[in-house]
Design a protein around this ligand. Structure first.
Ligand code: HEC
Ligand code: HEC
Length: 207
């Protein structure tokens, strides 16, 4: 009887603090808060179109150069891990198609969705970006030029790049990593609007 009363009291206390308790329990394991992205309207006051375009790209650069993205866009055969971008452990290589070597395919460990209990990210298309799309070790200016080059961007037009950045759900994983991994800045929708504004302003690159 006594235990029942205590339990009832605890439950009603939990209800009283309600949603705020629930929310803090959900967000508590994130070690580092994600950054923010400035809205496109912030850039309106830059009157020179080229300068505005470059500034917009520098803003999206916060996401593009984030380890959540670059860990999968390495310049070699091996992905990297965590914010420190250490070499992937265990040792895995891209294999013929970015899906991993036979016997060590990415999908052996990376499943269709994040596996929070073991801290393993997941997505149905988890694989390494092709070598020509490597971003590691490059400046933002070099990545910018590469993004516009059909030979190195998967034969995409600028409109396709906007679409890929704004809509692709593997790109979207960057905002929804497994528990404890810091997401990239802002939201994918904000990121998409910035990329579109960059393209609409002439897709100029930083120098
Ligand atoms: C799990 C690995 C993985 C992660 C994480 C990842 N990518 Fe990729 N990315 C790929 C693969 C694989 C391709 C090639 C697929 C294709 O061309 O459709 C690719 C291609 C791209 C392309 C098109 C080609 C190019 O480079 O111009 C863009 C843009 C891109 N990724 C952006 C991002 C961004 C932004 C993030 C982080 C928010 C990200 N990616 C995170 C694997 C990844
Ligand atoms: C034997 C299991 C295993 C295989 C095979 C494997 N991974 Fe992983 N991977 C892991 C584990 C475990 C982690 C989490 C480690 C951590 O971050 O501390 C991880 C993390 C990652 C990360 C880090 C994400 C981030 O932003 O921190 C990337 C990128 C990655 N793997 C890519 C790949 C790719 C691409 C392949 C195939 C070529 C692959 N992995 C194959 C086990 C594996």
């Amino acid at each position: 009887m006594k235990i029942h009363l205590i339990a009832a009291a605890l439950i009603s206390a939990a209800f009283a603090t309600g949603i705020s308790l629930y929310v803090s329990a959900q967000t508590a394991p994130q070690p580092v808060k994600a950054g923010t992205l400035r809205p496109v309207t912030d850039f309106d006051r830059i009157k020179d179109t080229t300068a505005r375009s470059v500034a917009l790209f520098e803003e999206v650069g916060k996401v593009i150069t984030d380890p959540r993205c670059t860990n999968c866009h390495p310049a070699g055969d091996r992905p990297t891990q965590t914010d420190s971008m250490r070499p992937h452990q265990p040792l895995v290589v891209r294999g013929d198609n970015g899906l991993g070597a036979p016997g060590m395919a990415c999908a052996t460990c990376h499943h269709d969705s994040n596996f929070d209990a073991a801290g393993i990210p997941g997505h149905p298309r988890w694989q390494l970006a092709p070598l020509e799309m490597a971003w590691q070790g490059k400046t933002l200016a070099q990545i910018c030029v590469q993004l516009k080059d059909p030979k190195r961007n998967g034969d995409r037009k600028l409109a396709d790049i906007v679409h890929h950045m704004a809509e692709d759900d593997l790109v979207g994983w960057g905002w929804r990593p497994d528990k404890g991994r810091r997401p990239v800045a802002g939201t994918q929708a904000e990121f998409g609007l910035l990329i579109k504004a960059w393209v609409d302003s002439g897709a100029h690159c930083p120098t």
